[in-house]
Write a protein that binds this ligand. Structure first.
Ligand SMILES: Cc1cc2nc3c(=O)[nH]c(=O)nc-3n(C[C@H](O)[C@H](O)[C@H](O)COP(=O)(O)OP(=O)(O)OC[C@H]3O[C@@H](n4cnc5c(N)ncnc54)[C@H](O)[C@@H]3O)c2cc1C
Length: 76
């Protein structure tokens, strides 16, 4: 089940999981896949939205230190 935590209010029961994975990149999804055979209730939180928006891009805000690099989030 996929739901948008910014748009839907979830009651406490809906948000009871045994394991929370923050980020659906290769590491997060590999872990989720490994745990899928267990009886654990797994929650994967992924940033962004189905379509780009400035609001959904806010989770990527951050500073890059050291070598020059692109901004971490798309400019508004
Ligand atoms: C320009 C570039 C090119 C690359 N090319 C290659 C390549 O050709 N081959 C290769 O093997 N590797 C490549 N890499 C490296 C590869 O992308 C990384 O090693 C890999 O993505 C790391 O996986 P990860 O799951 O640790 O992190 P990520 O892939 O960064 O996954 C983190 C996830 O967390 C999510 N997230 C971030 N903040 C939040 C939040 N606050 N709440 C919820 N979710 C959040 C992000 O949306 C993302 O999906 C490249 C990297 C870059 C930057």
């Amino acid at each position: 089940m996929i739901f948008n935590l910014n748009k839907q209010k979830q009651d406490n029961h809906t948000l009871e999981y045994d394991f929370a994975i923050i980020g659906g990149g290769p590491a997060g999804l590999t872990l989720a896949n490994k745990l899928s055979d267990s009886n654990l209730r797994i929650f994967v939180a992924e940033g962004g939205d189905k379509q780009f928006s400035a609001e959904s891009s806010k989770v990527y805000q951050g500073k890059v230190y050291g070598d020059p690099y692109y901004d971490l989030r798309h400019p508004d």
